[in-house]
Design a binder for this molecule. Structure first.
Ligand code: BT5
Length: 328
């Protein structure tokens, strides 16, 4: 632990009470100037700290940062974010960075988080709007022992975990649009981008990227996106605490991931089907090789979407995009 983190811990543990600068410097065996420098550094990162020559220091407000200091202490994960939690105030894309780290050999459960992305990526070369401090932008390196045909399960379990986090933490009523969008009131609140690197017919690694709109307001989300967009703040009429939601999401997501790896996808699938926007609907899908129209009748045990066309033929769709009225 760095001196800065030790000083921060001491202030946090005082629960808003005063901590003497002299006592801090004595117990840490550093000069009072060294303590003061850590206080200045914390203040410049947004921690509001009052100082009094007689009483010392006290913390009056914590910034809603996603730094390791603010996040890792609230994780109940076994592996994820434990030994590798990489935090960037700004980055081009957390998925790009996680991929670079995966190639360097970083292990399963490495978490890459940014306050803002300058080139956040969506699917098929599209971009993801990632303003500073108002959303979650994260990527996780996974190295699952899963046959290639089962990797759709990863996007679905992620969508389910994002949706359930929105229910638990914010009381929202989300839906899942197969395979990778989470919506609230038919507007997109989160997108998932899982990028897979294969080694013969197995998975070498997956970079699982999640973008979640938390504190954006309506003019900035009115950009003519493919699907109308929303944020937690717009839905709840108050700002959401990003750090608490990130912790809850990682805790829940890791559990769901290991559940699926141990053969329990059925439980996740039941949740996905319950929240699905498309089941029973007539849909039009862009399926790489062309268009497919028909009724979405089920999601099978591999996570694939079953579509019955007008001739009654049932198609198994392994990947694709459902188009809606506001699609570009
Ligand atoms: C997605 O793509 O929905 C996947 C988005 C994944 C973003 C995360 S952020 C952390 C990690 N690092 C990255 O670089 N990426 C991942 P897609 O289904 O292709 O949706 C992209 C489209 O959604 C864009 O073309 C816009 O029309 C729209 N869009 C862009 N930003 C948005 C936002 N913040 N909220 C809602 N819609 C948005």
């Amino acid at each position: 632990m760095s001196l800065r983190d030790i000083v921060l811990d001491a202030l946090k543990n005082a629960n808003g009470g005063w901590v003497s600068g002299e006592m801090l410097s004595e117990s840490l065996h550093v000069s009072r100037t060294a303590v003061w420098k850590q206080i200045k550094s914390l203040q410049s990162d947004g921690y509001e700290i009052e100082s009094s020559p007689k009483k010392g220091y006290r913390i009056t407000s914590l910034p809603d940062l996603l730094s390791p200091t603010e996040i890792t202490s609230g994780l109940t994960t076994k592996v994820w974010g434990r030994s590798h939690y990489l935090y960037f105030p700004e980055i081009d894309s957390t998925n790009r960075k996680a991929r670079e780290l995966a190639i360097q050999g970083y292990p399963e459960g490495t978490v890459v988080v940014a306050e803002t992305q300058t080139a956040g990526r969506g699917r098929r070369g599209r971009s993801w709007y990632s303003p500073a401090g108002r959303g979650l932008y994260l990527s996780i390196i996974l190295r699952p022992r899963l046959p290639l045909r089962e990797i759709s399960k990863i996007s679905l379990l992620t969508a389910a975990a994002v949706a359930e986090t929105l229910v638990d933490e914010l009381g929202l009523n989300p839906q899942i649009k197969w395979p990778n969008d989470v919506l609230v009131g038919h507007k997109k609140i989160a997108g998932i981008l899982s990028e897979v690197s294969t080694d013969m017919d197995s998975v070498e690694y997956i970079v699982l990227g999640i973008g979640l709109n938390l504190n954006m307001d309506s003019p900035e989300l009115d950009q003519g996106f493919r699907t109308h967009a929303t944020s937690a703040m717009l839905e709840c009429d108050q700002p959401a605490l990003r750090n608490r939601i990130l912790q809850a999401l990682l805790n829940r997501l890791e559990k769901a991931y290991y559940l699926v790896l141990s053969g329990h996808f059925a439980e996740i699938l039941t949740k996905v089907k319950k929240l699905s926007t498309v089941l029973g609907q007539e849909v039009r899908l862009d399926i790489n090789s062309g268009w497919l129209e028909g009724q979405a009748i089920d999601i099978d045990e591999a996570g694939f979407l079953l579509i019955r066309d007008q001739a009654g033929v049932v198609h198994t769709v392994t990947s694709g995009e459902i188009c809606d009225s506001s699609s570009d």
